[in-house]
Design a protein around this ligand. Structure first.
Ligand code: CUA
Length: 181
């Protein structure tokens, strides 16, 4: 018998199931179930799984909230562009705008404190990638993404955009400071 000829019996699927075939179907099914239940299990017990929320918003509404946050909490400015470095209240909300081709403002968080990090894009799809940690969040326009984060190690982290967003995508980088209390 070969694959290019018709099978000898036309109604081949009504033959009894071979034991080997049945065994493999059961094995594959059990493995599917294991992998399926590993997803919620790993979400709860894994160390790097984000529980993020997303709400509809507009660029204007989010920019207003971010501006108010910056006006209240800026502690200094950095670089020639005078990008504000903002220290959100410990345990409070932090806002970060993604747009062509920058992150705004810079954040300075306290080690061991939990923050609600709000992210939104002003224009196109961007990607929030925190280096050297392995944290990635797609930032879609029209949505406010909220991630609850607790930085555990002081240091200077990099934020890079990891969704291609045009000619200056490679320059869309910023910093995130985590300081000891
Ligand atoms: Cu923003 Cu790539």
């Amino acid at each position: 018998m070969s694959a290019i000829e018709s099978p000898p019996e036309r109604i081949w699927w009504k033959q009894p199931l071979d034991r080997v075939e049945g065994t493999w179907i059961v094995l594959a099914f059990v493995w599917c179930l294991i992998m399926f239940f590993m997803m919620p299990y790993w979400h709860v017990y894994g160390k790097q799984n984000l529980s993020n929320e997303a709400y509809k918003t507009t660029a204007d509404a989010f920019a207003k909230k971010t501006q108010a946050f910056v006006d209240q909490n800026t502690i200094r400015t950095e670089t020639e562009q005078k990008i504000p470095v903002v220290r959100p209240p410990a345990g409070g909300d932090a806002y970060l705008i993604a747009r062509l081709w920058a992150w705004w403002p810079m954040l300075e968080l306290e080690e061991g404190k939990t923050y609600r990090l709000h992210l939104a894009s002003m224009d196109f799809l961007h990607g929030f990638s925190l280096q050297p940690e392995n944290i990635n969040i797609e930032v879609h326009p029209g949505y406010e993404h909220i991630v609850t984060v607790t930085p555990t190690k002081a240091g200077t982290y990099s934020i890079v955009c990891n969704e291609y967003c045009g000619i200056n995508h490679h320059t869309m980088a910023s910093k995130l400071y985590v300081v000891k209390k």
